[in-house]
Write a protein of this length. Sequence first.
Length: 504
Amino acid sequence: MWNKVKELSEKGLNKSQIAMELSIDRKTVNKMLKMSLDEYLKLLPEERGKKLAPYESFIYGLLDEFPFLSSSVVEDKLKEHHPDLLDVSSKTVYNYVMQVRSKYNIDKVNDRQLRMMRKWADTSYGEWGQVDFGTMVLVADSGKNHRVHFFVMVLGRSRQKYVYFQSTPFTSKTAIYAHQLGFEYLHGAPQKILYDQDRVFTRGENFGDIVLTQEFGRYTGEEVFTPVFCRKADPQTKGKVENVVKYVKQNFLIARKYSSDEQLNREVINWLSRTGNGKMNNGTQLVPNDEWMKEREYLLSPRMSPVKPDPEYREYNVRRDHTIRYKGNYYSLPRGSYQGDGSVVRLYVKEDKLVITNASGDSLAEHLIPQTKGGYVSSVDHWKIHDISSSELYEQVLGGLGNTDGANTWIQLLADKKRRYLKDNLVSLKHSIDRYDKEILNKTLDICIDRSIYNAAGFADVAKTLYGQLAVKVVPVKTNMTTLRKIAMEPQTRDINSYQSIMS
């Protein structure tokens, strides 16, 4: 109550509003606002003898927001957020949690579903392991929902676990990488691993013969373990890892916010150490980490070390308006990305961002992926004129035109005649220089000098006409995309026929 009063006061509520919100007397509110936490606790003599009394407000906050939390989850949250927590037993935590529930009238929501299971005999050390996947939606720091996918590996005898998170669905390559990380964490691999017939691993079943995906088949053929697959619709066969998936959701992920994949993977390793592998297993009544110290002697040494796969790109066509369409939304690209029909970019998803690159792997754009459809996601950097001086542009254009006396004289005359729009003309000229080869550029410059054309739009039209007449293929220039982003103005288009007379 003291914590709630302080919290509402900090939010700007006055004493009467706080009293109404918490259904207490205004005098009580006034009294609590004047007291420190230590002073308030001294008024509660019945609580002073309880080890967890200083954490009552924290526990109440958890249960108030997530009434379905079990006492074991509350215990883990206490250890995570309060490293100075006194050494108390799980039974003590359970008793205190029940007292807090009773005090604040917080009933536990029972979301468990009974399921018929068959108990199997324990396997030998190092003989079996099980693998499965899970997914869950978390609330990100931004307040938006963010779905995470996770890989779980558990040893059959010791129940030692490993968990790996990523924001994108698992593929054969990323699942193989998760295996390698798991073997590194467990200091070895079991002889056999039990799987579902997941599309990440298999392409189908032919009367009992499992057809593996190309990547996973190659990997298992070179590694030390043997994959074994359950029959379809038979999850009870690998109930150990099914329980771990549920355990990760209900203990580690519950009431947890998402910030990044890296942060989540650091947090889950700490959770495995203190809770997932550090607390007694209800089934075996043994601590997994203690049993694993025995089992690791029987594990096989993997032949491969963890190698993180490159992001899996997909190619998308660039639209004329310098955008791409991805899963119902349009995303902007820098000017100059569209180079005619057949222009493509590559993209992949990194956490909650869409990363777009050119064919060489140079980054073009990164956009946050919205949860809605039919929208347009853009960046002002793709259209605004970047801060580059006219003198720098002058030198770039002069160098692109061969740095000759004729080119220097023509640019100086253009600067005199178009002083007010010099920078815009230089930007457009830079764009033309990046598009055409030296032969066309030299001929275009000669024509412009001969015909007294001192305009970037005219230069571009002449170059385009020459390109069409000579049928010269554009030289594929490895354009620096940072430079292309600086091209903020396209030359004005005009009827190309107006220059036909110049060519004749």
